[in-house]
Ligand binder design. Structure first.
Ligand code: NAP
Ligand code: GLV
Length: 310
């Protein structure tokens, strides 16, 4: 069995190769372009792989993505139609996504940003007590990430609702689906957290229409993909005061260009796509277990539905 690791973004590819070798001792695991012969790979483990991967490795039986989102892979030219594309399921990311969302929820609902400013002025001034009913959370996407985010908000007793295609239930969380369900969720939401996959159906969903349906003085937390957000609509909603702030981890162009206005906007918190990192141990264990299952002829979870695009 031949496994190739191909990532243009990974800073320590050799560490991933070593971990895969430990987890798959029976396999020849190699780093893409390391001088080994090509065309032999049964499986590829990838994140932002080189564009000629599919031409040079035509015998692939499955492609394992090192992340949950497969939008970039689906857009690669040459991706064979019949090649099973397997996304990462959690891999240590979901709890980090929940931390990210909760951090920004608490920053706003508990006024921690204002207390930071008060400290710079040596000012001792308790602000109003929290009214949880005023901090309703709406989560877009009820998958591995969305469900974990919603559970974390509910655990802290924030009234929380979730929206998905199928209306998937999450304990303790009000669940919505479909276009009318989206409007109903937005109408009750003050803090909107986006954890949808980027597909033809969800591109540009974070737009003026959605912002205008939120409760006033709302907060946007986008930890899914930059392509979900219409940037001009966000800026306009902030200027109008319909939104009070936004926490953005993902952008249409990454890295965010140095001259982009978001960097200097005090209402916007920018992070460099770090909300949920796939952690090596759990990720490698998951991929190795799935490779073993495929070799036994067993079914695996996480295969992307090409029609749904996630
Ligand atoms: P997932 O398990 O596949 O869940 C996707 C959810 O979105 C499902 O609940 C699905 O509905 C819902 N959905 C999809 N299309 C929809 C539509 N048109 N209308 C309504 N709901 C729709 O995915 P995941 O593992 O939670 O990951 C979600 C996304 O998070 C990834 O695609 C990735 O872009 C992003 N992400 C970002 C980071 C980061 O570091 N910033 C890290 C990890 C993931 P159903 O349940 O009905 O199918
Ligand atoms: C990260 O953005 C992922 O999709 O896993």
């Amino acid at each position: 069995m031949d496994v190739v690791f191909a990532s243009r973004l990974e800073t320590e590819p050799q560490a991933w190769v070593a971990a895969l070798r430990d987890a798959l001792p029976e396999a020849r695991v190699r780093l893409w372009d390391d001088g080994q012969p090509e065309g032999q790979a049964d499986f590829a483990v990838v994140w932002a792989p080189p564009s000629d991967l599919f031409a040079r490795e035509p015998r692939l039986r499955a492609l394992f993505n090192l992340g949950a989102g497969v939008d970039a892979l689906l857009n690669m030219s040459g991706l064979p139609d019949a090649l099973p594309l397997v996304r990462l399921e959690d891999g240590g990311m979901a709890v980090q996504m929940a931390e990210y969302a909760v951090f920004h929820l608490l920053r706003e609902s508990r006024d921690f940003g204002r207390y930071e400013r008060q400290q710079t002025e040596r000012r001792w001034r308790p602000l109003d007590d929290i009214d949880r009913a005023a901090w309703t959370v709406g989560v877009l996407g009820a998958g591995v990430m969305g469900a974990r985010v919603a559970q974390a908000c509910v655990a802290l007793e924030y009234p929380t609702a979730i929206w998905s295609r199928s209306g998937r239930a999450v304990p303790g969380v009000e669940s919505f689906s479909g276009p009318s369900g989206l409007d109903a969720l937005l109408a009750r939401t003050r803090v909107l957290v986006n954890v949808l996959p980027l597909t033809d159906a969800t591109r540009g969903i974070l737009c003026r229409r959605v912002f205008d349906r939120l409760r006033p003085d709302a907060v946007l937390i986008n930890i899914a993909r930059g392509g979900h957000l219409v940037e001009a609509d966000l800026q306009e909603a902030l200027d109008r005061g319909q939104l009070r702030s936004a926490a953005l981890d993902v952008f249409e162009r990454e890295p965010l260009p140095p001259d982009h206005p978001f960097w200097m906007d005090v209402r916007i918190r920018v992070t460099p796509h770090i909300a949920g990192a796939s952690l090596m141990d759990g990720t490698v264990r998951q991929i190795a277990a799935k490779i073993h299952a495929l070799n036994r002829g067993d079914a695996i979870t996480g295969i992307v539905d090409r029609n749904r695009q996630y």
